[in-house]
Write a protein that binds this ligand. Sequence first.
Ligand code: SAM
Length: 208
Amino acid sequence: MDLIQHWDKAYTARAEDALTWFEETPAQSLRFVRQHLPKGGALVDVGGGASRLIDHVLANGAGALTVLDLSAQALQIMRDRLGDAPVTLVQANVCDWAPDRAYDLWHDRAVFHFLTDPADQARYLATLARALRPGGVAIIATFDLTGPEMCSNLPVQRYSPETLAARVAKLAPGLLTPLDAERHTHRTPKGNMQDFQFSVFRESADMG
Ligand SMILES: C[S@@+](CC[C@H](N)C(=O)[O-])C[C@H]1O[C@@H](n2cnc3c(N)ncnc32)[C@H](O)[C@@H]1O
C-alpha cells in the first residue's frame, strides 16, 4: 500500500473525531497561529488532514487559507464540513509541493515526524523555504522524545525543541531561527496520552 492509500484508509476506517490525532479545539496551534498570523495574512496548514484548526481561524477572520494533505479523503471531509468557505485545498506530498504564492505562516502538527529519512526531511524544508515569505513563521509540532514511537501504524522520529532545531539547522543551515517552544500532552479520543513538542521558528531572512 502506498502512502496515499494508507492515509485515505485511515480517514475512511474511522470517523474523523475518533482518529487518535483529533482535537475539537486545537488550543496550542491556535494560540501560536493567533500570535503569529498577521491580520489578513496567508496561512498554510501542511498535512492538515481534516483538522478543525482552519474552522477556528476562519471564525476569527483571516486572509488566504490553504490546507495541503496527501489524502483526498481527508480533504473531502474538510470540504464537506467547510462548504464554500474560502479555503484552498491541495492534494500533494509536502516534500514535492511547489507553492504558487508566499505564506506568512506555516503550520504542521504531526507531519514532519513521519519523515524518518533525512533526504525527505531536507525536501520538506526546501518546500518550506519556497512557501514562507522572508521573515515568515513556521510552527512545527511533533511527538516529543517521550511521545509514542508510532503514529497511525507508521514509525515516527521524535524530537525535543532542541533536537528539532538542531535537525533543521543541519539540513537547512540558516533557514530558520527558533523563536518559541512549548510541551503539550494530547489526550486521544480513547484517553491515551501522547507527548508533543510545538516549536516556532522565524524564517531567518528577516533577522539581519
Ligand atoms: C497525524 S495526522 C495529523 C493531521 C492534522 N495535522 C491534525 O493535527 O489533525 C497526519 C496527516 O499528515 C498527512 N500526511 C502524511 N504525510 C504527508 C506528506 N508527506 N505530505 C502531505 N501530507 C502528509 C496525512 O494524510 C494526515 O492527514
